[in-house]
Design a protein around this ligand. Structure first.
Ligand SMILES: NC(=O)c1ccc[n+]([C@@H]2O[C@H](COP(=O)([O-])OP(=O)(O)OC[C@H]3O[C@@H](n4cnc5c(N)ncnc54)[C@H](OP(=O)(O)O)[C@@H]3O)[C@@H](O)[C@H]2O)c1
Length: 272
């Protein structure tokens, strides 16, 4: 038996909201060629992917401007935009709101869908970070709020600190090769929080894992597709691989619409 019940949904709820995000979204860290990435991202949205992850940090704002161009091309209602602000922004209300406005402006939208604290700020109490985060939603700059790189205890503290808005997501590192974040699943299930797996391809490394290719052959799928399918089969988990080549995006979208058999999930759990 796999460690967790298999989630067969390709459209997963965002936190406790009625929003549905695709089990796979796209990341935007370290894009090299924005022209090629533009074509790849537009194709991804056309093929049904509905969420993009970005951050003010990526390309020092360039990634957000890029997402803005993609959104303009495909239509605002087709993209669920997640962005993140540097932790130090959350030390003061003014700085938080100023940075959130700058992100929204670079994205060329009126509001983002979810705004996250990129990682916990060590100098500020979590309750104060959360208060400033909530102010972003209060100001109408973000529809929902969330966190990133928050451990189980930090997430629990953040969830308790909210007063008007729920934390809908914790974006954390998770892949077939690094499953430490699984300890968040019980809390995510109990409190209705989505988990967004970043670096789900281990920056391309999973493509070379022989066991994944071997498992994939039975399904006519590649190692990358198996690696992503494993993640989205976990309850509450969505994955946000980054790809700027069309061929990579096509391979990624091929991870949707099917699921690994329980025995293959178990094989990955025990052999990798
Ligand atoms: N919250 C955080 O602290 C945090 C930290 C890291 C990342 N993130 C987010 O998570 C996203 C994804 O993580 P990541 O960028 O670290 O790494 P990743 O998604 O694990 O790997 C991206 C790399 O894999 C390659 N790739 C994509 N599809 C492939 C395929 N089908 N076959 C072989 N290689 C493939 C990409 O190549 P091409 O680009 O050439 O297509 C790129 O070099 C980021 O972009 C960012 O949005 C968040």
């Amino acid at each position: 038996m796999p460690k967790f019940p298999i989630d067969y949904n390709d459209l997963k709820p965002l936190g406790k909201t009625r929003e549905r995000i695709t089990a796979i979204g796209l990341g935007t860290w370290a894009i090299r060629d924005y022209k090629s990435a533009f074509e790849a991202f537009v194709e991804a949205i056309e093929s049904g992917i509905n969420h993009i992850d970005t951050a003010e940090m990526y390309g020092a704002g360039e990634a957000e401007s890029f997402v803005g161009r993609v959104v303009k091309e495909v239509g605002r209602d087709r993209v669920f935009i997640v962005t993140k602000l540097y932790p130090y922004r959350f030390r003061s209300l003014e700085e938080t709101l100023k940075a959130a406005r700058a992100s929204v402006d670079r994205l060329g939208v009126r509001y983002v869908d979810v705004l996250l604290i990129h990682w916990p700020d060590q100098q500020t109490a979590i309750k104060d970070q959360v208060r400033n985060l909530e102010a972003v939603a209060e100001a109408g700059l973000s529809r929902y709020i969330g966190v990133s790189n928050f451990s189980k205890d930090e997430l629990e503290e953040a969830l308790t600190a909210t007063s008007k808005h729920e934390i809908v997501v914790d974006q954390i590192k998770y892949s077939v090769l690094d499953r430490r974040s699984e300890d968040l699943i019980p809390l995510a299930l109990e409190r209705g929080v989505s988990l967004q797996a970043y670096s789900p391809l281990e920056r391309g490394q999973v493509a070379h894992v022989k066991l994944l290719s071997k498992i994939g052959r039975q399904y006519g799928k590649t190692a990358v597709q198996v690696a992503l399918n494993f993640i989205i089969s976990r309850p509450r988990f969505v994955a946000i691989p980054k790809a700027e080549r069309k061929s990579h995006v096509e391979e990624i979208t091929g991870a949707l619409g099917w699921r690994l058999k329980p025995e293959d999930i178990e094989l990955i759990e025990t052999k990798l």
